[in-house]
Structure formats: structure tokens, C-alpha cells
Design a protein around this ligand. Structure first.
Ligand SMILES: CC(=O)N[C@H]1[C@@H](OP(=O)(O)O)O[C@H](CO)[C@@H](O)[C@@H]1O
Ligand SMILES: [Mg+2]
Length: 541
């Protein structure tokens, strides 16, 4: 360690002191809390990003400043690994360690300890790119990040305001440039061009029926979707953008967006939805999307992440078959325990596809999906994407067309691989994929909904004294502690037709989440109430 770095670091840390008694944890969504408490954390994330980049000998690491669907006064920060995926799990503890280290010399010591433990060559180059969503606090937090990067002589690029998936895309493009796996042009324009071209080719000669109205949660998705529309072939798809007011940061995620429709199971109060129209809802950083529509009786009908997964699985499975690639390409779906049981049954029994269940959090799904040639993963709340293995891409690329129809199938399949963001779930790209599939199937939202019937379900947030005593196992479907709790949950679930319920500690909030589903609404609610009482009993405040 040269003497220069500790000195610069000491000076810089003085500008971003950590508040006393604050404890930070790098969780499923990175660090997330009230924005005014986040300055020291973002500064220190800069230090970890520098170490991570040096560990990879100068490959570019991403830092995204966002709190996604959380209220406007929150913010958050997370790291993006070289291939554009989430920070490797084993490094999360170092993020937590640095964030909680004391001020001044204590921080320099913690930094040196982490560098040594991870055997980072501090003379290696370090490169970081970063961006933020539209939150009012983002600008100041980005400045704190820059202070950390400068103190450690990091080369950096500020991409200013982007969606989370756009930053992931850029990181992947930068690190694959000039390699066989070159992902795309590492610019925001490159992102629009790649996806828009793929959309046009994937649509082929089809044209979507009717319009799609996209609720952007008054977040970064609004301006970025407007930008994307400029690159799409004129007249191909009628996209109506609503809740796109980023000049009112206090309106972000308020009574609108993906989280609102998923948790409230109703359209936003501002919605002017008429029956049968397609509506898509993005979250605040545009990394998740769900659809909804009103049926003939004006009932709200949600088409969530499970639906997008089944839609994509059906379409891609068919394309693989038509392309005569079924023997070479395996296709599977990854879900979490929150997936509606009816979707899992439909995938396994009707579509005859392998389905894997993982713990909550995109990184778990992403890794499991990588084990298939085509791995489709979605959380019920709309986070997700489709991954194509290098073998699958090669098989598609090298397959010789046997007929004009076969050639056009291969062309559509290739386009779909480019349309879907391979780095991370991307609301804009996923929405365009859903539009392509609906156009090819000539489906209205009613047809999509009719594929299977969701079991009535309920998700409840329960506050407890100490959520860490709730330890889950079996992909979070069962509790191994506190002892006895799972037996009680099993007994309750067994009383109801198709009853299924589980409880797990949230990774992002100080609470335990209870999920329940059953054959009827009444049974489901009764089951949920019972399991909530079990959690309250064992976690007595
Ligand atoms: C039930 C649920 O929706 N959980 C969400 C939520 O995780 P929890 O660990 O349940 O708080 O936030 C995660 C990060 O955004 C997201 O990946 C996940 O799906
Ligand atoms: Mg998000």
C-alpha cells in the first residue's frame, strides 16, 4: 500500500462521516435507506468498487444509485459486476464491513484489511461507471461516490440519469468490447439501437393489435421510454406513456407503478383504463414490469411476472421446436416460492417444462437460470429476464435454414436473443418482448389470462421483534427456526384445499413476509390470517 492512498482517503472520508449508531447491511437490493443517511455509504461503496475493479485487473464495475420502488425520500446504492450481473454474493459482507467501519483512520484500516483479505493488487488499474435514477437526492450522492473514486485514483464515467438495466447493459458492453461475446455499443444510444432493431426483427411481419399504455411510476423509465420510442419503427406499436412526470420527484412511485398495482391489486387512481386495453406498469428504476387490463365487467386483471415467464416459455419453446433445435437446447423456468402455484402447475403439467425454485432475489434466479441453455426467470413482482447460453447462441447462429419458413424462425429467434437484456431484468426490454409475443400469438390480454387461473393469494408484512430468528430453508419455503413454527404452518395449510403458505424474513425490510394461497379467496385469507398469528406468536414484539 502506498502512502499516498491512505492520505487521500483520510482527507476524503472527513467529508463523508458515518453517523453514530447507524448500522448498514448490503442486502438483496444493495444498501437502501433514507437518502439523508446514505452519503457515507455511497462514498464507501466507491472504495469497494475500486477494489472490485482492481481485483479484476481494471475491468469496469458499475455503481447504480437508486431505491427502485421505495418512496421518493429513500435512496440506495448497489454494485454491478463485470458481466452486468449483480455483485457476487461473497463480496456483500465486505460492502457491509466498509459501510459500518468507523470514521477516519478506522475506515482506512478497514479498507486496507479488506484489500489484504481479498488479495487485491492495489497497483492494478481501476475503472468504474455509475448512474442514478431521477430521485432528488441522486446528484449529491453521486458526488459522494466521486469523492471515494478520486481518493483511490479510479478512472470513472458518470452516465448521469439511467434506468438500472441500462447501467447493467453498459457495464456488460464495456467489458465484452473486442471479445467474441461483444454485447453491444457501450452508449445509451447503443442500447436503444440494439433493442429497437431486435424488436423490429422479432416482430417480423406481425403488427400488435391496439395500444399499450405504460405507467412509468413517475420515474426514470418515463424519459427513457420516450427516448426508446424514437428508435422504434414508426407506427409499429402504439405506446402511450403515462405517469412520466420526473419534474415532480415527490410523485415517484406514489399511487402508481408496478409495485402499486401488484400489492394493491387495482389500477392506479389516475388510470383511465377502458376494458380490454393493455397496460404495463414499470417500477421507479425500470427493472421490473407487470401488465394489467380490465375485463368486460371492468374487473382488474393482473398479468404479473409469472405470466410473463409462462408467455415467454411458450413462445420460446415453440420457436426452438420450429427451428429444429429441441435436441440441442434445454429450456427451463426459474421461479421463487412467491410464484402462484397455478403458474408452476401450468409450466410443469401442461407445458412439460422443468421448473426450479430458488430463494428470493434476482441473483439467485439468475444463477439458476444459467444452468439451462434458455433459462427464463421471473419473480412474481415482475423482475426477470431470459438468459441464453453461449451454446444456445452458437446453435441458433450456425443452424442452416432448410426452408424459407425455417429461415424466418431462426431470424426471429436471433432477434429475440438481442431484444432481451442478458445482463439483468429490464422493464422496457421485457415489455417489448411481451408485445412481440402477443403480436405473434395474435392474443388479447384475455387470451393471455385464459392460459391458467391464478389461485387466490395474499402477501402480508408482519412486524416482529427480531426477524433474524426466522431462518428459512428449502428455497425459503420452510422455516427451520424458530422450532415448532413450521409444524404449525403445515397444519394450517393442510386444512385448506390447495393450501400453501410460508413465512420468511424479508431481505430488504425489517419484517417477516407471509404468503398464502388456496383454492378460494375465503380459504386463502383464513390461511394467511392463521400463519400471520403463528409468526406474531413466535416473533412476539
Ligand atoms: C416478495 C417480494 O416481492 N420480495 C421482493 C423484495 O425482497 P424481500 O427480501 O422480500 O424484501 O425485494 C427484492 C429486491 O427488490 C425483490 O427481489 C423481491 O422480489
Ligand atoms: Mg426496481
Amino acid at each position: 500500500m502506498s502512502d499516498v492512498i491512505p492520505k487521500a482517503l483520510l482527507e476524503a472520508t472527513a467529508k463523508h462521516p458515518k453517523g453514530k449508531d447507524l448500522v448498514f447491511q448490503y442486502g438483496t437490493a444493495g444498501f437502501r435507506l433514507k437518502a439523508n443517511l446514505l452519503g457515507s455509504v455511497v462514498f464507501r461503496v466507491g472504495l469497494l468498487a475500486a477494489l472490485r475493479s482492481r481485483k479484476f485487473n481494471g475491468q469496469t464495475i458499475g455503481v447504480m444509485i437508486t431505491a427502485s420502488h421505495n418512496p421518493p425520500e429513500d435512496n440506495g446504492v448497489k454494485l454491478v459486476d463485470p458481466m452486468g450481473d449483480m455483485l457476487e454474493g461473497t463480496w456483500e459482507q465486505y460492502a457491509t464491513l466498509l459501510a459500518n467501519a468507523g470514521n477516519d483512520e478506522a475506515l482506512v484500516e478497514a479498507y486496507e484489511q479488506v484489500a489484504e483479505e481479498l488479495k487485491v493488487n492495489l497497483n492494478a488499474p481501476a475503472r468504474v461507471v455509475f448512474a442514478r435514477d431521477t430521485r432528488a437526492s441522486g446528484f449529491t450522492l453521486a458526488a459522494a461516490l466521486v469523492d471515494g473514486l478520486k481518493a483511490l485514483n479510479v478512472e470513472y464515467v458518470d452516465f448521469k440519469i439511467l434506468t438500472t438495466p441500462q447501467l447493467h447493459y453498459l457495464v456488460r458492453c464495456i467489458n465484452t468490447k473486442g471479445t467474441h461475446f461483444e454485447y453491444g455499443e457501450p452508449t445509451e444510444q447503443g442500447y436503444y439501437q440494439k433493442i429497437a432493431t431486435a424488436f423490429k426483427n422479432a416482430m417480423a411481419d406481425k403488427k400488435p393489435k391496439g395500444s399499450v399504455t405504460v405507467d412509468c411510476a413517475n420515474g426514470v423509465g418515463g424519459p427513457k421510454l420516450h427516448e426508446m420510442i424514437k428508435y422504434l419503427p414508426p407506427g409499429m406499436l402504439d405506446i402511450r406513456v403515462v405517469n412520466d412526470d420526473v419534474l415532480k420527484p415527490e410523485a415517484l412511485n406514489v399511487q402508481c407503478g408496478a409495485d402499486f398495482v401488484k400489492t394493491q391489486q387495482r389500477p392506479p387512481p389516475s388510470s383511465k383504463a377502458a376494458p380490454h386495453e393493455r397496460h404495463a406498469s414499470l417500477d421507479g428504476d425500470a427493472d421490473r414490469v407487470v401488465y394489467y387490463f380490465l375485463d368486460r365487467e371492468s374487473n382488474f386483471r393482473l398479468l404479473d411476472g409469472d405470466r410473463i415467464a409462462t408467455l415467454a416459455a411458450g413462445f420460446l419453446g415453440n420457436l426452438v421446436k420450429l427451428a429444429d433445435l429441441s435436441d440441442e437446447i434445454t429450456l427451463g423456468v426459474v421461479q421463487t416460492a412467491y410464484a402462484n402455484g397455478a403458474s408452476t402447475k401450468y409450466l410443469t403439467d401442461v407445458m412439460k417444462l422443468p421448473v426450479v425454485c430458488t430463494s428470493t432475489g434476482v441473483k439467485h434466479l439468475h444463477h439458476a437460470a444459467q444452468r439451462f441453455d434458455i433459462g427464463i426467470y421471473f419473480e412474481a413482482n415482475g423482475h426477470g429476464t431470459v438468459l441464453f447460453s453461449p451454446d444456445a447462441l452458437k446453435a441458433i447462429e450456425t443452424r442452416q435454414p432448410k426452408s424459407p419458413h425455417h429461415a424466418s424462425t431462426l431470424k426471429i429467434l436471433t432477434a429475440v436473443t438481442n431484444l432481451i437484456n442478458q445482463a439483468v431484468g429490464d422493464a422496457i426490454s421485457d415489455m417489448l418482448l411481451a408485445e412481440v409475443i402477443l403480436a405473434h400469438m395474435e392474443w388479447k390480454p384475455e387470451n393471455w389470462l385464459a392460459t391458467y387461473t391464478d389461485l387466490p393469494n395474499r402477501l402480508v408484512r408482519v412486524e416482529v421483534r427480531d426477524r433474524t430468528i426466522f431462518k428459512a430453508t428449502d428455497s425459503e419455503r420452510r422455516l427451520e427456526s424458530p422450532k415448532g413454527a413450521q409444524d404449525e404452518i403445515d397444519k394450517l395449510a393442510g386444512k385448506f384445499c390447495l393450501g400453501r403458505s410460508f413465512a420468511r424474513a424479508s431481505g430488504t425490510e425489517d419484517a417477516v413476509r407471509v404468503y398464502a394461497e388456496a383454492a378460494t379467496r375465503g380459504e386463502c385469507d383464513e390461511l394467511a390470517r392463521g400463519v400471520v398469528m403463528v409468526v406474531q406468536k413466535y416473533g412476539a414484539l
